[in-house]
Ligand binder design. Structure first.
Ligand code: CP
Ligand code: NVA
Length: 302
């Protein structure tokens, strides 16, 4: 059985919990396998990447497969060949796709026309592989999520949406703070708030940080929003995670960031490099969770 991974909800609550345990086991065993032997996985990246690309390239190899990396600049994607044609061509050569793009609708179009598993490597609306890796990083330290409080401070971007997806699947509390004009709205957020997920939203970052066990932030201008950077810097004043904000969190609280970070904007150098920061454990865990995601997508999971 093969399947697509577009949202954390695709895993289901039980599947998502199993995936964290499986990734942890894979990490402990420096897992290698032949699951993807003879398989070619294409990585289609319409935005830059260091961690996601490298962790998938290494994970596919360590599971016995091969990768092909493709960008619009070097393919007909950049010359407006319809996605449905590209999808049909790819599925004649390749066994799966890992895709980083802009609108999530493109993933649905690829799924409709390809017939091979598609994995979401970041869109404007989500970054589920990253948040599953971040949950693995939390799980290693705090396996019981039922008394866990995670804070999100900053933009309502792809990472924030995937944290909401995660809160709809796992039993932790998610306290989120966004500045005016950047607060999530619409049906998607109302559905999360109605679903019983323990999500709270405030305009006060200090309130969100208070008592949190893990404090998360991300850049104020995501890839594709570079022109908005100056306006966003103004709007997000007061949302920088600094030592004062960390001091409001629970004792032993940890700082998290998916990277890349802009030091001096969303987080201070002191917090990034301080004892509470677990940012490179997060980056490492991308590799281990990618293996578990690939196993789930290509073999129905374990
Ligand atoms: N965190 C993350 O996805 O990083 P990259 O953009 O380097 O892949
Ligand atoms: N929100 C960031 C995440 C990068 C991994 C962006 O989309 O640029």
């Amino acid at each position: 059985m093969s399947r697509h991974f577009i949202h954390i909800q695709d895993l289901g609550a039980e599947g998502a919990a199993k995936m964290l345990a499986r990734a942890r086991e894979m990490k402990e065993r420096s897992y290698r396998a032949d699951l993807l032997e003879g398989k070619n996985i294409v990585l289609i990246f319409e935005k830059p990447s260091t961690r996601t690309r490298l962790s998938f390239e290494v994970a596919v190899r360590e599971l016995g497969g091969q990768t092909i990396f493709m960008t619009p600049a070097e393919s007909q994607l950049g010359r407006a060949e319809p996605l449905r044609d590209t999808a049909r061509v790819i599925s004649r050569y390749c066994d799966g796709m890992v895709v980083r793009t802009f609108g999530e609708a493109k993933l649905a179009e690829l799924i409709r026309h390809s017939g091979v598993p598609v994995i979401n490597a970041l869109t404007d609306e989500g970054h589920p592989c990253q948040v599953m890796g971040d949950l693995l990083t939390i799980y290693e330290r705090t396996p019981d999520f039922s008394r866990l409080r995670v804070a999100w401070i900053g933009d309502c971007n792809n990472m924030a949406w995937s944290w909401m997806e995660a809160a709809a699947v796992f039993p932790f509390e998610l306290s989120m703070a966004f500045p005016p004009g950047y607060v999530p709205a619409g049906n998607k957020v109302s559905a999360y708030l109605r679903s019983g997920a323990k999500i709270s939203i405030t305009g006060d970052p200090r309130q969100a940080a208070r008592g949190a066990h893990y404090i998360n932030t991300d850049v104020w201008a995501s890839m594709g929003q570079e022109d908005e950077r100056a306006a966003r810097e103004k709007a997000f004043k007061g949302f920088c995670v600094d030592a004062g904000m960390m001091s409001l969190a629970a004792p032993e609280a940890k700082f998290m960031h998916c990277l890349p970070a802009h030091r001096g904007e969303e987080v201070t150098e002191e917090v990034m490099e301080g004892a509470q920061s677990i940012i490179f454990d997060q980056a490492e865990n991308r590799l281990h969770i990618q293996k578990a995601i690939l196993e789930w997508a290509f073999s129905g999971g374990k």
